[in-house]
Every structure is written in C-alpha cells, then in structure tokens.
Ligand binder design. Sequence first.
Ligand code: NAP
Length: 361
Amino acid sequence: MTSGTAVQHPSRQLASGAHIPIIGLGTFGSDRYGSAEVSAATAGAIEAGYRLIDCAAVYGNEAEIGAVLEAAFDQVAPREDFFVMSKVWNDAHRPADAVASVERSLRDLRVDHLDAVFPHWPFPNHHPPGADGDDRDPQARPYEHERFMDLWSALEALVDQGLIRHLGTSNMTIPKLELVLRDAKIRPELNEMELHPSFQQPELFRFCLDHGIQPIGYSPLGSPSRPARDRSSEDVVDIDDPVVARIAQDHQVHPALICLKWAVARGQIPIPFSVKPRQLEANLAAVLTDPLTPAELEALRSTDRNSRLIKGQVFLWPGATSWLDLWDVDGTIPGWNGYGSILEHASPRSASAQEARKRPC
Ligand SMILES: NC(=O)c1ccc[n+]([C@@H]2O[C@H](COP(=O)([O-])OP(=O)(O)OC[C@H]3O[C@@H](n4cnc5c(N)ncnc54)[C@H](OP(=O)(O)O)[C@@H]3O)[C@@H](O)[C@H]2O)c1
C-alpha cells in the first residue's frame, strides 16, 4: 500500500455534527467473491480514495478487511480520516450476544472504535450463509419492539463506553422507526436502506431526512451480482432502464455511474460494491465530477418502479405468507399469536399492537 493518495471529497453532516463521506465501499461478496478478493478490493479502494467502509459480521470477511485497515492507517491516512461501519447479525440480537458481536468486529477490523453500528435487520431471524430463497428459520418471529430495544440499549451502552460513535438502523420501515425514535436514548443517525433508481422509497427517505437520519443507500447499482435467493422474475434491472441508459449515453459513461450520480445528488450515501479496480475508481470519480442536471434528476425520479430486490423472504416466520409482511406495507407491524400465524396487522400506536408485541415468542 502506498501513501499520500488521499482524495479530498465532500462529506455530509450527521445530526450530531460529525462528518461522513458522500460515498462508501460495500463489502458484501454476494456469496460470489471470497474474503481475499473483497479485502484486496478494499485495499485498492482505499488507495483510490474511499474512506467510508461498510462492513458486517455476517459478510465473513472482517478479519481480512481489518488487516487492510491496519496497513492503511499506517501507510495511507490516519484512523480519524476513515468512517468504518459494521452490523450485528440477526443471530446476535440478545444483548450479551450483540456486545460480543461488536467486540469481535472491533477485534477483527483492528479498530478501537466503530464509527457506526447497525442491527443488520430488525428481526432476530437467521439464515445460514449461502441460504437459498426457500430456506426458513423455524424460530423466526415478526418484529418485537421490546426485544429490539433491548438490543438497542446494549448498543447504546457501547456508545457510552466510546466503542461506537453513531448508531444506525437497517432494513427498517416507518412504523418501526417511529417506535425506535420514541423509545431510544440515543437516536439512530443513519438508516441503511435499499435505494436505486427503480426503488427510491420516497416516503421512508423523506421520513429519515425529516428526523435527522442520514440514508445510506445499499445496492445502489441494483445489485447485478446478488445471490440467487434475492432474484425474481419481476425484478427491474436499473442499468437497463431506458432513462438511465439515455442519460448515460449523454454523459458517455456506464449506466451504473448514473445511478451513483443520482444517489449523491438526491442526498443518500451510496455504498457500491466492486472487486474490479476500474469500477472502483470510476464509481468514486462519478460522484466527484460531471453532476446530473436538474432535468436529468427529474427524469430519473420517474424511473421508480417500487422494485425491491432484497425482499428478505428468508427471514419470514412460520405462518407468514408474503415477504411484504417484513416491510409493513400497509403501515402496520404484523404481530405473532404464538401458534404459527399472523395475529393481526395493527397500528404500532394502537393498544392491541402494544399487547401483541408483549406476547412471548
Ligand atoms: N444492510 C443490508 O442489509 C445490505 C444489503 C445489501 C447490501 N448491503 C451493502 O451494500 C453494498 C452494495 O450492495 P450490492 O453489493 O448488493 O450491490 P451494488 O453495489 O448495487 O452492485 C454491485 C455490483 O455492481 C457491479 N458494478 C460495480 N461497479 C460497477 C461499474 N462501475 N460498472 C458496472 N458494474 C459495476 C459489480 O458487478 P460485477 O461483480 O459483475 O463486477 C458489483 O458486483 C454491499 O456490498 C453491502 O456492503 C447492505
């Protein structure tokens, strides 16, 4: 690793006043790229100028990325120039397990603090690495707010100890976020959510901005290399969208780069993944140069097809029938009756929903 290639690129300000780069590097190998490839890509990305790295315990590569980070802090730029994020996987929601997960991420990533930590999903529902789309966890349950807040409190304690700087949520919905904002001692400052031109989530995006939560856009290119379990015949391919393609032609760039220019102009922080040096460099350059015009941004608004790619069906509980239940699409959080079916769809603010959430699993 060579020193001195730092690229000064703009940052965004979080609610607490801290700064975060406008683009980051994803590190999920999509069951396709192993930890050696992903960590080598991370080293190349840091040399190219990336300073925000989106990690997760479940990606299985934090130890290899940690070796890269340690060398980078020594040879490329000081620790304080980086924003290193990690996530607690769904099998570690119990407070003691969450603490152990963060401690392991700290050790593996070779850092004395994490800039942000997210519960990866709001459900303690597990799937084994490499699961296929039909895999289900028989112990899976709908969202239980009290349990989630137990996890959140454990993470808050790690903030108080200086091991975590900022907390974030991931794969959340407005009803769930309303509850977290109501009950959290330390509010989420970030929300990692799927965002690309064909899936713009305008209501949740607006909700986040209105509540001082910075959206982090995952799968910003439409995740063309995602695992088979996350593919279905109705999925829209962002880089083939005619509006995206036309604007790409006008700018003489790959359509993927238009997705990133759009993301940064709209206000989310995209975290594209790649193991290919040319793509990594092009992705960073795309958000620093040649911005889209207001007319192009307006045209891209019309490409929203509500096409969620990461549907999360492997996290469904016994008795649930549709992945839509994970996303509270009717504005309510499904409850659990303990007998393998959904009890009700109730407003999170209603008394019956409060009751449903209290029932033991
Ligand atoms: N919080 C969550 O639950 C969650 C869920 C999903 C993802 N994430 C995070 O978000 C990151 C990014 O999402 P993602 O990996 O699903 O999807 P993505 O970034 O939308 O797509 C990555 C793929 O796009 C292709 N690509 C990258 N740059 C390109 C370019 N300049 N031109 C053409 N193709 C390009 C590469 O395909 P090839 O491999 O063919 O080169 C790469 O594998 C992940 O790595 C992870 O950190 C978080």
